[in-house]
Design a protein around this ligand. Structure first.
Ligand SMILES: *Cc1c(COP(=O)(O)O)cnc(C)c1O
Length: 426
């Protein structure tokens, strides 16, 4: 198939994320990827500002990542996880327990972020069931949050911009409060937390858990909020006897400048979801971690087991990729790198603030966001970025960067320059 035939077949047969078959949106065939660059089928090279939806940490086609997968594939690429176990899964579970906050001791593997959220919510529901409080089955979530596309995950996404209003008739009805108003770096006043506290106090009798993305609300709006707010959420969950689920799928593995977002607030959740960058962008894998207390309560209650078990649970290849990625990350000066990227993104994006098209510019860790006054027209903007030699995929009013951590200054500069020039021309 040449490039043209491939595009035609794509147009005829294939669905892409949140799009129609026979879509009008431009689409670009990728032939290969190396380091921080994607090579298109026509030979053009794009600097990747998206890290393939925030997953790629060490770059594409990384020799050590490749070697870890080659070594594993010679042993076995997959075996079922019911009644069998293997070194990649056990070693990875132990490693995840070591690098996450102390109380998290037990690991449940699944295939994708959304499923790890399903698992987390099911754990919370089974926990209260086992404790003889089966009326605690609902969740308290935040507006502008995003937790995935499966049904239970959808029910805790932003109820308006979560793109799921079509399904509202069958979605579990959850409780929502406004997204935290106090920004990252600011304290959280009594006023700031009031709505959350009142909702929690009123609904505690039917709430299994609070679920939120720590510090950064990602796909729901790229908002950075106060660590102090998160600290108070933890205190209030304890006070009102409700579990806390932190969705670290986007914030985990260094993206915000700490290994996990919750470290900014020095707190730990009862249940934590990780995914996305877990395998450094090589394979799909996610995990839900919980405390001994939650796992023991579930297993001591009825029916005495946790009711979940994906076919590809703890896939050995994916576990081997995750182990290699975590080793590369923790053995690298990742904290300095992320700090350095943060400085460069700040410098590079700051000039956008002067443009009349721009409502806000904000940067945290290796996340840089330019919020526009109006939503972008993807049909034109996407092609303009590609013409500039960069891969940047905005959504709504948000143009953002989440580059791989190994990107050098010149490439970061090209990304921020491209944003300035495209926004200026809007
Ligand atoms: C991407 C994302 C998910 C969903 O993960 P998938 O792997 O796409 O199912 C859930 N929560 C957050 C915070 C995410 O960023």
């Amino acid at each position: 198939m040449n490039s043209e035939q491939l595009l035609q077949a794509d147009y005829d047969y294939v669905w892409h994320p949140y799009s129609a078959i026979e879509s009008e949106q431009p689409i670009f065939p990728v032939a290969s990827a190396e380091g921080v660059r994607l090579t298109l089928a026509d030979g053009r090279e794009l600097i990747d500002g998206m890290a393939s939806w925030w997953c790629v940490l060490h770059g594409y086609n990384h020799p050590e990542m490749n070697r870890a997968l080659e070594d594993q594939i010679k042993q076995m690429s997959h075996v079922m996880f019911g009644g069998l176990t293997h070194a990649p899964a056990v070693t990875l579970a132990k490693r995840l327990v070591e690098i996450t906050p102390e109380p998290l001791q037990k690991v449940f593997f699944s295939d994708s972020g959304s499923i790890s959220v399903e698992v987390a919510m099911k754990m919370a529901m089974q926990y209260w069931h086992a404790k003889g409080q089966p009326e605690k089955q609902r969740f308290l979530a935040f507006r502008s949050g995003y937790h995935g596309d499966t049904f239970q995950a959808m029910s805790v996404c932003d109820p308006v911009n979560g793109m799921h209003s079509l399904f509202s008739g069958v979605l579990a009805q959850q409780h929502f409060v406004d997204s935290p108003a106090c920004r990252f770096g600011e304290p959280c006043s009594d006023q700031d937390i009031q709505q959350f506290e009142q909702k929690l106090a009123a609904e505690q009798g039917n709430v299994a858990a609070v679920i939120l993305e720590p510090i950064v609300q990602n796909a729901g709006g790229m908002r950075f909020y106060s660590a102090d707010y998160l600290r108070r959420v933890r205190q209030l969950c304890d006070q009102y006897d409700v579990l806390l689920i932190l969705d670290e799928i986007a914030t985990g593995f260094g993206r915000t400048g700490r290994l996990f977002g919750c470290e900014h607030a020095n707190i730990s959740p009862d249940i934590m979801c990780v995914g996305k960058a877990l395998t450094g962008g090589y394979m799909t894998l996610a995990a839900t971690l919980t405390t001994r207390q939650v796992s023991e309560t579930i297993c001591n209650g009825e029916p005495g087991v946790f009711m979940h078990g994906p076919t590809f649970m703890a896939n050995p290849l994916a576990c081997a990729a995750a182990l290699a990625s975590i080793r590369l990350l923790t053995e690298s000066p990742w904290q300095q790198r992320v700090e350095h990227i943060e400085q460069r993104l700040r410098q590079g994006l700051e000039p956008c603030r002067q443009l009349s098209q721009v409502a806000d510019v904000r940067v945290l860790g290796a996340i840089g966001v330019v919020e526009l006054v109006e939503p972008v027209d993807m049909k034109t903007v996407q092609s303009q970025f590609v013409e500039q030699g960069v891969w940047i995929r905005p959504f709504g009013k948000l143009i953002y960067l989440m580059p791989p951590f190994v990107m050098d200054d010149a490439d970061l500069q090209r990304l921020t320059d491209a944003i300035y020039s495209v926004v200026q021309g809007l």
